[in-house]
Each structure stands twice: as structure tokens, then as C-alpha cells.
Ligand binder design. Structure first.
Ligand code: S3P
Length: 428
């Protein structure tokens, strides 16, 4: 843990940033490349700690992975050619690695043991393991599989028809990845649509996936063939600069390479509803994931209500949207977001407690928070709880505070955005 003192003296932000690769897509590019037979090449890969954990796990399964800058190449014998790992697979802070790998390993031919860091050790795994067990998976773990460490004995699986109790792309993806190895057609029914990177990438690797009105069906036994993946920039990382551009005085910044997948773009809708001065220019040549350049400038904002089916489309952006709401006129209500409690930390408690220290008028509710704005913010010592997005929320707040913000641990930001502080320096 290293403390970081942030004294920015209210800069006006100017300039252009290229947003680094999407975390969700980067994970999946390596996972799919490892399951597929042959060579997969990736450009724009995110060199964040979470994605490096995914690479490390697959290397332990005998998959050859080379990293050169943000280009990654994966040379795999295919899932049936993996070696049984002699070491524990370490998933670090990454929920996506842990949960998606459960689905992949359940239908593999190897035995494996998985463990992550202290935060992963507190996050619920039964939401994935319950449906996987219904498919015939052999998984054991602490508290009957609720928590890591987990042991997985790969086996033959049966397809499932599963009604998602929560909107979670990690749960959906784990089931679909297990479904790839299952006998029969796996069906996943979503009431609220979660991010669809897995479905898109399955198609990119040559599989057929059907989706009609939130019902995804996918025939088991399909094989994946290595291909090229271009990773778009991560809208969840861009979010911090979208908000910074809107709340800092006399600012105008251009963000290039922002992924605008419609299952991820809730923050754009919210910024528009709040009155942000923003323009979006989609790229013509985007591949399987749509991408755009977004320009944002200092904005006069009004409070809003964020609820219902937009929540899964901006779940990771809620900490930074809460900061945005402290600078908007009137009340912002965030509800239907109880999933925040089971992220890298309890993000309802963390956001409310830390923004209060800066002087915000914010109260926690059972499923979200209520923020009254605008309030001037003051410097303070903040906890990040080892959560990258809480850390970046604090750092963006430091751009508008009177006095310094001191983060107790800024290292966690490297989980998803290793160049975050360099990017602040570039535009401030
Ligand atoms: C992710 C899904 C979301 C998100 C996480 C990444 C993914 O989690 O919060 O950061 O890559 O599938 P849930 O599936 O738990 O909602």
C-alpha cells in the first residue's frame, strides 16, 4: 500500500487521450484464444493487473501466450490439449477471471484449483457455481463453493435452461462457456440485458449464438477457431475523464477509442440527461465492438434518476457518476443497484463514506444512494478499499477540491487503468 497526495489546484483540462483497452474484452480475447485451436492475435489489449492474471492462469494450463506492448498472441492446442496445472491458478483481484474460468474449467479435461486476493475471497461464487452444478460440474470450495479457494474437476456437462436471477454478464458468460462443452442446447434467459461481449466474441471465433428478446440459445459441442481481436477502449475507464471534463472549470477534452457497445453505454445516456456538453463521433470501421471519439466540455448539470434496466449498462460507472451528481443542480437518485454491494468492495458504503469526507451531501439507501448538489468539495484523506474505481473517483474529485486529496492506496488503480495518473498529467 502506498499513499498518494493529490494536489491539483483546480486545473482546467485540455487535450486528447486515447483510452486504453476494454477490460472485459481483453479478458475474453485471451480466454477465447486459449479455448480455440490455432493462433489468435489481439491488438489494443489492456495491460491491467486483472487481465495479466487471466494470461497467467492460461500459461499455467500450458497455453503459449506472448505479449508485446498491447499486442498479444495466443497459440493454443485447443481446450482438449491443455495441461493439468501443477500450480494453483491465481486470479488476483479479478472477478471476471474467477467466474468465467469456473465455466471454462468445469467442462475441460483437467483438475485445477483457483484462488484470488482478499477481495475475491469475499465475493459470492455460488451465483456461478449453482447453475454450473446443475450442468453436472464438479466444483468444491469454502462454504460449499460460495468462496475461494475453489477446486474444479473438469467433466462432461449437460446443457441448461437458466433464468438469470441477477443481471450479471459474469454469470451469463460462465454458463455460455460451459455450454460450449455441454451436450444439448444451453439457454440463458435475461430479464435485464447485461454486457454481451461473450456472445459477440463467440460469433467472432466461429460459433453460432442466437438471441431473441433476451433469450440466448447456444448449441454445445461447437469448436472455436483462432482469429484476430481488436480490443476497443474501455468506456468504464473513459468514464473518469468524461466526468472530469464535465466538472472541471474551462475544460474541453477529446477521448479517442471509446467502446460504445449498447450494453455498456448507459453513462452516455445519463450525461445527456444531465445536460452535459458532449459530442460523439462513431468510427466507421469499428469491428465486432462499436467505438467512437467523444468530446466533453465543462457543463452545467442537473440532477437525474438512474434506475431500472439502465443499471447493468453502467454498473461500474456508478462511483464516478455519484461524484458527478455532487456537482449537478438538484437531487440525483440512484436505485436498483444493490449489485454494488458485491463488487471489489461494497461500493454503496465506500462511495457514500468517502464522498462525505469531501463535503458531499450524499446518503446511502438499501439499493443505491441519493445525492444533493451542487456542493463545493474540500480535500481530505480517502480510503480506496483496494478498489480501483473508488481510487479513481477520489483522484477525479481531487481535480475540483479546495486542498489536497490523499489516497491511502493508489496502487489498486493499476487493476484496470495503469496509465491513469499519466493521463491526468497529460490533460491538466
Ligand atoms: C464484467 C461484468 C460485470 C462488471 C465487471 C466486468 C464482465 O460484473 O461489473 O466489472 O467482464 O463480464 P457482473 O457480471 O458481476 O455484473
Amino acid at each position: 500500500m502506498s499513499e498518494k497526495v493529490l494536489q491539483y489546484d483546480k486545473p482546467s483540462l485540455q487535450g486528447t487521450l486515447t483510452i486504453p483497452g476494454d477490460k472485459s474484452v481483453s479478458h475474453r480475447s485471451v480466454m477465447f484464444g486459449a479455448i480455440a485451436t490455432g493462433k489468435t492475435t489481439v491488438d489494443g489489449f489492456l495491460l491491467g493487473e486483472d487481465c495479466l492474471s487471466t494470461i497467467d492462469c492460461f500459461r499455467k494450463l500450458g497455453v503459449k501466450i506472448d505479449v508485446e506492448g498491447t499486442n498479444v498472441s495466443i497459440d493454443s492446442p485447443g481446450i482438449d490439449g491443455w495441461q493439468e496445472p501443477t500450480e494453483v491458478l491465481y486470479t488476483g483481484n479479478s472477478g471476471t477471471t474467477t467466474r468465467l474460468m469456473l465455466g471454462i474449467l468445469a467442462g475441460s479435461t483437467v483438475h485445477s484449483v483457483m484462488i484470488g486476493d482478499a477481495s475475491i475471497g469475499k465475493r459470492p461464487m455460488r451465483r456461478v457455481i449453482d447453475p454450473l452444478r446443475q450442468m453436472g460440474a464438479h466444483i468444491t470450495g469454502r462454504a460449499d463453493g460460495q468462496y475461494t479457494p475453489l477446486a474444479i474437476q473438469g467433466t462432461t456437462l449437460q446443457a441448461i435452461d437458466y433464468h438469470m436471477p441477477v443481471a450479471s454478464a459474469q454469470v451469463k458468460s460462465a454458463i455460455l462457456l460451459a455450454g460450449l462443452r455441454a451436450e444439448g442446447t444451453t439457454i440463458v434467459r435475461e430479464t435485464e440485458v447485461s454486457r454481451d461481449h461473450t456472445e459477440r466474441m463467440l460469433r467472432q471465433f466461429g460459433a453460432q449464438v442466437d438471441e431473441v428478446d433476451g433469450v440466448i440459445s447456444f448449441k454445445g459441442g461447437q469448436t472455436l477457431t483462432g482469429t484476430h481481436v481488436s480490443v476497443p477502449g474501455d468506456i468504464s475507464s473513459a468514464a473518469f475523464f468524461l466526468v472530469a471534463g464535465a466538472i472541471c472549470e474551462k475544460s474541453k477534452i477529446m477521448l479517442k477509442n471509446v467502446g460504445i457497445n449498447p450494453t455498456r453505454d448507459g453513462i452516455i445516456e445519463v450525461l445527456q440527461n444531465m445536460g452535459a456538453t458532449m459530442t460523439l463521433m462513431p468510427y466507421e470501421d469499428s469491428q465486432s465492438e462499436p467505438t467512437a471519439t467523444i468530446t466533453i466540455e465543462t457543463s452545467t448539470l442537473k440532477g437525474t434518476t438512474i434506475e431500472g434496466d439502465i443499471i447493468p449498462r453502467l454498473i461500474d460507472e456508478i462511483p464516478i457518476l455519484a461524484l458527478l451528481a455532487t456537482q449537478a443542480n438538484g437531487k440525483t437518485i440512484i436505485k436498483d443497484a444493490e449489485e454494488l454491494k458485491v463488487k471489489e468492495t461494497d461500493r454503496i458504503t465506500a462511495v457514500v463514506d468517502e464522498l462525505k469526507k469531501l463535503g458531499a451531501s450524499i446518503e446511502a439507501t438499501e439499493d443505491g444512494m441519493i445525492i444533493e448538489g451542487p456542493t463545493p468539495l474540500r480535500g481530505a484523506g480517502l480510503k480506496t478499499y483496494g478498489d480501483h474505481r473508488i481510487g479513481m473517483m477520489g483522484a477525479v474529485a481531487a481535480l475540483i477540491t479546495d486542498g489536497a486529496v490523499i489516497l491511502d492506496d493508489a496502487e489498486c488503480i493499476a487493476v484496470s487503468y495503469p496509465s491513469f495518473f499519466e493521463h491526468i498529467e497529460e490533460v491538466k
